[in-house]
Design a protein around this ligand. Structure first.
Ligand code: TRP
Length: 331
């Protein structure tokens, strides 16, 4: 049995991209592994330092995780800021994380470009905090999307570096993981961009109302239509088919695929079908989100149990690390 850790920043609602990426994998994994799934509220401060909605956002994501089927009896589900042990390891890892390698990270460079007025040290050391999230539970596997591959590579670097410096094998080297070895499905945006993302503003959230889903899907970018039989689909069209693939039945997909190949496709029909199938897919989840959000008692029980379990695991690692580095108490 492997230990699995994954997290998601609490900067907004979970969307279809999150669901078919990390969350779906995680639901499968909770049945056969020792799984830790958390809400990265500290990480969210690197881009969203807004006290007014911090708590609401965390609560929303927690409810959404549960609504998707992450089972607190099976997985340890917790909120990052409930586990102070992560911070101590983060500090210790920072002592062996170098400015040059942190500055070279793509996500740092992107964020620095996006928010030039707020290039904070938290952004720079984002991968160190993420490494701490992972290493503190001695994770073997980390189910994340492609965009996180570099951060995960840094976690491996920091883990390996620690092991080497102190000549120990404290940290397993965490691998990225996709269920059944499949490539992670990358859910595209509806704006013709390659990826659905919160920050890209092109996402359909799991809590989205049917009316809003219809509106967004109908506005999705398309082209003038196929002009030759069996031609290769351009990216904007392939994007719609990728979405159709995950929410619709195989019949529906092959119907529109045939129509595309025969140049008889009407994008309006495809979008209508796609919107309805997304709604069918998200409807039960949205219902559960609403129910769970109202149940504060349940949410606080889940968060409390999760924090206890996560702290138990984290403090074991931290004890070991402190000893290795040479900390000893005088009392
Ligand atoms: N950086 C991840 C993201 O933006 C979130 C995250 C934080 C994470 N800590 C992690 C993911 C640890 C996996 C493991 O999606």
């Amino acid at each position: 049995m492997s230990t699995v850790v994954s997290g998601i920043r609490s900067t907004g609602n979970l969307h279809l991209g999150n669901y078919f990426g990390a969350v779906k994998n995680f639901i499968e994994m909770q049945h056969q592994h020792n799984t830790f799934f958390f809400i990265a509220d500290w990480h969210s401060l690197t881009t969203h330092p807004t006290p007014a909605d911090l708590h609401t956002n965390v609560k929303q994501v927690l409810a959404e995780y549960l609504a998707c089927g992450i089972d607190p009896e099976k997985a340890t589900i917790f909120i990052q800021s409930d586990v102070p042990e992560i911070l101590e390891l983060y500090l210790l890892l920072n002592m062996n994380a170098y400015l040059g390698e942190l500055e070279r990270t793509t996500s740092f460079k992107d964020k620095a470009r996006q928010q030039p007025e707020n290039v904070n040290a938290g952004l720079l050391t984002y991968p160190v905090l993420m490494a701490s999230d992972i290493l503190i539970h001695k994770a073997h596997l980390v189910p994340v999307g492609k965009d996180q591959e570099q951060n995960l590579e840094m976690a491996r670097t920091f883990g390996r570096r620690f092991n080497r410096m102190y000549n120990v094998d404290t940290f397993p080297i965490p691998k990225s993981y996709t269920f059944e070895g499949q490539d992670m499905v990358k859910i595209p945006g509806l704006d013709g961009s390659g990826k659905m993302g919160k920050s890209e503003g092109n996402a359909i959230s799991l809590a989205e109302s049917p009316a809003s889903i219809r509106k967004k899907v109908m506005k999705a970018v398309t082209d003038v239509g196929p002009t030759e039989m069996n031609q290769k689909k351009p990216e904007v069209i392939q994007n719609l088919f990728t979405l159709l693939d995950v929410v619709s039945t195989p019949d529906v997909v092959s119907h529109f695929d045939d129509a595309y190949n025969k140049c008889t496709i009407r994008y309006g029909d495809l979008k209508k079908q796609l919107a309805e199938d997304i709604i069918n897919f998200t409807n039960p989840i949205r219902g559960r989100i609403e129910e769970i959000t109202k149940d504060s008692e349940y949410l606080s029980k889940v968060a409390k149990n999760g924090a206890e379990k996560a702290r138990e695991s984290a403090s074991k690692t931290l004890e070991e690390v402190r000893k290795i580095i040479g900390f000893r108490k005088f009392y």
